[in-house]
Each structure stands twice: as structure tokens, then as C-alpha cells.
Design a protein around this ligand. Structure first.
Ligand SMILES: Cc1cc2nc3c(=O)[nH]c(=O)nc-3n(C[C@H](O)[C@H](O)[C@H](O)COP(=O)(O)O)c2cc1C
Length: 342
């Protein structure tokens, strides 16, 4: 069991680094939005502040490293590089699924990143479907205790589980368990997708269940049907996966749909984020934090310095976007009337 999780995590890293794991024609939808340039911003570039808060926690930037990995030796290197860079730059850090943390003592240290990132928000992660496969409130409490995370995000990945060999496909009754966990865990509980987005109706159910935040993890970036296609041994599943390469709610659309249900629910935009300009657009569309996944993975396998270099570029792109529309703060960016749909 443990070995199969470990092998799967290794393959996910190798496949997302080396194979084509995006759809052909689907996009985040952010290309349909442009900022109206302000030639006379009347602000000093050096005064621009990226500081913000998320669920009461102070953040030096509105950027987050999306949930990726843990549970293998390479995963430990990746998480350590990400954690050191996150601490240095003030990005929030999400861990990959912590299921392996409780199943094994083999690579549990790959999830213990608080010592490298003492001051930034850390988000622990678990598949919500695990509530039908032996996990409950007690396991989630253990995960929070061990990781010293500030909050937990549950991922919804139904289509991925179908393609995955021996995937966990019974999603019945999950909402009720999410509701119970929100009431009893003691730290904020959020929900994310893994690259297919969250629609308005689902957002409404989750909000009523008491989730503290939603991360849309929309379509237009990494496609997990594509990733699992490369692992699938069953020829039927492998062939069927191909038809889903364009599946999902584009990130920009998902932000709009969730915001229609709630104007103030803490909201993370992710799925296909490539630049700080992408991030700026999602904030102007209503996001509070912006998550980067696969686009930062390669550097994470190399060194903390390489991760920091990418972070600096993403931050410069955000600050330039803010300068270009004359927004001095994240709040002003959020309220800008300068984002236009083409
Ligand atoms: C190697 C890798 C492993 C991932 N593992 C997890 C995971 O354990 N839990 C999770 O919620 N999402 C996981 N994801 C999904 C990301 O968090 C994200 O939602 C998705 O990849 C879309 O974002 P992107 O286009 O920026 O990659 C993983 C992504 C990558 C690239």
C-alpha cells in the first residue's frame, strides 16, 4: 500500500515534469481579460505593497505554492526547497496529499516543513474521498498536529480517481463529512479541485457546509486525466482519458462562478497560473491568493535558490501589473475598474 503510494507520487512528479499534461485548446480564460493601461499612474513603483492577509494570517505576497507532493525522497527535497524559498519570500505553502504521512513512517519527514518555514501560512492537504476509505476527523487532527499546518485543504479529484488504477471512486456522502470536519477540526478547512474547477452550485453546497475557503484549481493548466493517462495500464481507461484533456471549468470562469455565490468567501485562484500578470488578473476578478503548481515544480527539484529566482520574477510581474494600472495595494488591485473582458 505504502509502496504503491510512493511509486505513484514519484511517477506524478516525473510525468508532470516530462510529458505533455495540458489540453490542446482549453485555457484558463485569462487571455480574454486585459488591463487598461494607465499611462499616468501617479504612484511610486517603490511604494507598491503586495502585503495581504488570508484568514487573518499576514502574507508578504498574495502568492501560494499549490499542493504538490510528499511521501518520497525526491518529494522531501522538493518540499524543502519550496519551504525555504517560501519563508524567504513570504509565499504561503501548501503540502501535497498527507495520506502517506499517516500510512508510513518512511518519508513522513517529507511533510514536516514547519522548521523550514516558521512564519508563513502552511496548508495541509488530503483527498476528501478518503473519508469513505478509513479517514476521519481524528486522522485530520493528527495531520494538523504533525505538520503544524495552519489549515487543511481537502481536494476533490473524482475524474482522476477513475483513471487511476485502484482509484477511490466512492464519492457518496462526502459533503456531510466535510461539514462535520469544518465543525470539529479546530483549524480552518478549505476545499480545492485539482485542475477542473468548482462550479457555483458546488461552491454553494461547500459554503453551506462551513468551508473556510475555496481554491478553484480550474482548468487551463495541468490536466490530471492527461497525467493519469500516462500511468494507466488499463487500455480502456487510457483511451477514455484522452477524451478528457479539454475537460473542466476554466480558472477565470470558476472564480466568477464562486464569487457569484459569495462576495467575501476567502478564495484562492489556481490552475494554469504562469505569470504574476495572470495572478493580478485573478485578484482583479476577486481572488485573495494565487496558487502556482506545475509551473514552479522543475525549479523545486533543483534548489531553493532556483525557486526563489522564479518567485522574484512572479513578484516583479505582479508589481509591474499594479504599476501599470496605478494600484498601490492588493486591495486597490482587487477593486480596480481597469480589468476589461475582450
Ligand atoms: C506533481 C504534482 C502533484 C500534485 N499533487 C497534489 C496533491 O497531492 N493534492 C492536491 O490537492 N493537488 C495536487 N496537485 C494539483 C495541484 O495542486 C493543482 O491543483 C493542479 O496541478 C493545477 O494547477 P497547475 O496548473 O498550476 O499545476 C498536484 C500537482 C502536481 C503538478
Amino acid at each position: 500500500m505504502v509502496n504503491s503510494i510512493e511509486q505513484r507520487k514519484s511517477q506524478h512528479i516525473q510525468i508532470t515534469l516530462n510529458e505533455k499534461v495540458t489540453g490542446e485548446s482549453i485555457s484558463t480564460g485569462l487571455g480574454s481579460f486585459v488591463f487598461i493601461h494607465n499611462a499616468l499612474p501617479e504612484i511610486d513603483f517603490d511604494e507598491i505593497s503586495m502585503k495581504t492577509t488570508f484568514l487573518g494570517l499576514e502574507c508578504q505576497t498574495p502568492f501560494l505554492i499549490s499542493s504538490m507532493t510528499g511521501g518520497t525522497a525526491l518529494a522531501e527535497t522538493i518540499n524543502r526547497n519550496l519551504a525555504i524559498a517560501a519563508e524567504e519570500s513570504g509565499w504561503a505553502l501548501a503540502l501535497g496529499s498527507t495520506r502517506a504521512l499517516l500510512d508510513s513512517d518512511g518519508h513522513s519527514s517529507s511533510f514536516l516543513m514547519r522548521k523550514y518555514a516558521p512564519s508563513v501560512p502552511i496548508i495541509a492537504n488530503l483527498g476528501a474521498v478518503q473519508f469513505n476509505y478509513g479517514y476521519g476527523v481524528e486522522e485530520c487532527k493528527k495531520i494538523i498536529d504533525l505538520t503544524e499546518a495552519d489549515m487543511l485543504v481537502l481536494h476533490l479529484n473524482s475524474i482522476q480517481e477513475v483513471i487511476q488504477e485502484n482509484g477511490d471512486t466512492n464519492f457518496k456522502g462526502i459533503l456531510k463529512m466535510i461539514e462535520q470536519l469544518c465543525r470539529t477540526l479546530g483549524v480552518p478547512v478549505g476545499v480545492k479541485e485539482v485542475g477542473w474547477g468548482i462550479d457555483g452550485q458546488t461552491a454553494k453546497k461547500l459554503i453551506n457546509a462551513g468551508v473556510a475557503f475555496i481554491d478553484v484549481a480550474g482548468a487551463g493548466g495541468t490536466s490530471w486525466s492527461q497525467v493519469e493517462k500516462f500511468r494507466a495500464e488499463d487500455p480502456v481507461k487510457r483511451a477514455a482519458a484522452e477524451a478528457f484533456s479539454e475537460w473542466g471549468i476554466p480558472t477565470a470562469e470558476s472564480i466568477r462562478l464562486v464569487r457569484e455565490e459569495s462576495v467575501d468567501l476567502p478564495l484562492i485562484a489556481s490552475g494554469g497560473m504562469q505569470t504574476g500578470l495572470d495572478g493580478a488578473k485573478t485578484i482583479a476578478l476577486g481572488a485573495d491568493l494565487v496558487g502556482f503548481g506545475r509551473s514552479i515544480l522543475k525549479e523545486a527539484t533543483q534548489s531553493a535558490e532556483d525557486v526563489l529566482e522564479v518567485m522574484k520574477i512572479r513578484e516583479m510581474e505582479l508589481r509591474m501589473s499594479m504599476f501599470g494600472i496605478g494600484a498601490r495595494t492588493i486591495q486597490e488591485l482587487k477593486n480596480t475598474p481597469r480589468l476589461k473582458e475582450l
